[in-house]
Design a protein around this ligand. Structure first.
Ligand SMILES: Nc1ncnc2c1ncn2[C@@H]1O[C@H](COP(=O)(O)OP(=O)(O)OP(=O)(O)O)[C@@H](O)[C@H]1O
Length: 232
């Protein structure tokens, strides 16, 4: 598995006229497990932590590396290695039809239009969406849209997939479906989630509270700490 390292990485954001806010306190973590969940209350800093991993957010201090590549200095290389899946697939589905959307993901990797179409159709088939190749992305169900967004990410063959609450907008059946696919990926997965059932199936759980990592370890212990804190 790749090694993701945060070395005293912090994020502070300016608040106009009111100084600044620490959104993530200096955090040091070495992540080598295949499936890592990040859990915590709303506004605790989970998305910020996730976004640091592919340079969507830059550390204010400290550094973040993925397999030795610095997310700021080697940003383009890191973005090729780390695919990012958003809560709302609408954030990443921009083309009229499903096949065109996957083709858009492939535009830099596959230059020939014919080969790109072929590969996009293969990606859709792998994700159970071949029957919808020429449908509008708007005609898909929420679960299918999330699978299509994930297909677009996987088409780029990342070595790490970061998914920020990918099941929050989904019903139970689609949560299970998308969750099963994510947890079954061969790539390293960093999964931000409020679904403690999904977190429990990961190899490691990182608990974030008020901008700090407050627990980190095997799911049983970390989730018990989180639920005790949340219920207190
Ligand atoms: N660019 C920014 N400017 C101002 N505040 C920010 C910025 N980015 C994040 N924050 C604030 O920092 C806190 C942490 O945000 P973050 O999105 O990381 O939380 P989260 O744990 O993912 O929350 P949720 O579970 O609600 O998605 C929130 O209070 C958020 O409003």
């Amino acid at each position: 598995m790749p090694t993701i390292r945060l070395d005293a990485a912090s994020v502070r954001v300016p608040l106009p006229g009111r100084g600044e806010r620490e959104v993530l306190a200096p955090t040091t973590l070495t992540l080598t497990e295949r499936r890592i969940a990040v859990v915590g209350a709303n506004g605790s800093g989970k998305s910020t932590l996730a976004r640091l991993l592919n340079g969507l957010v830059r550390p204010t201090s400290g550094r973040v590396t993925v397999d030795g590549r610095d997310v700021v200095r080697d940003g383009a290389a890191v973005r090729r290695m780390v695919g990012f899946c958003f809560t709302d697939p609408a954030a990443q589905l921009v083309m009229p039809t499903c096949v065109e959307d996957v083709e858009l993901s492939l535009r830099r990797r596959v230059r020939s239009a014919g080969a790109r179409r072929e590969q996009a159709l293969a990606v859709l088939a792998d994700n159970g969406l071949l029957g919808h190749a020429h449908d509008s992305v708007h005609s898909l169900s929420g679960g299918q849209r999330q699978l299509l967004a994930l297909a677009g990410v996987l088409a780029l063959e990342p070595i790490v997939v970061v998914a920020d609450e990918p099941t929050t907008l989904l019903d139970r059946a689609n949560t299970r479906r998308v969750g099963d696919i994510l947890l079954g990926l061969e790539q390293q997965l960093v999964l931000v989630t409020h679904d403690l059932g999904l977190a429990a199936r990961c190899d490691r759980v990182v608990v974030v509270d008020a901008a700090h990592v407050v627990a980190d370890g095997p799911p049983g212990e970390a989730i018990a700490r989180y639920t005790a804190m949340a219920d207190a």
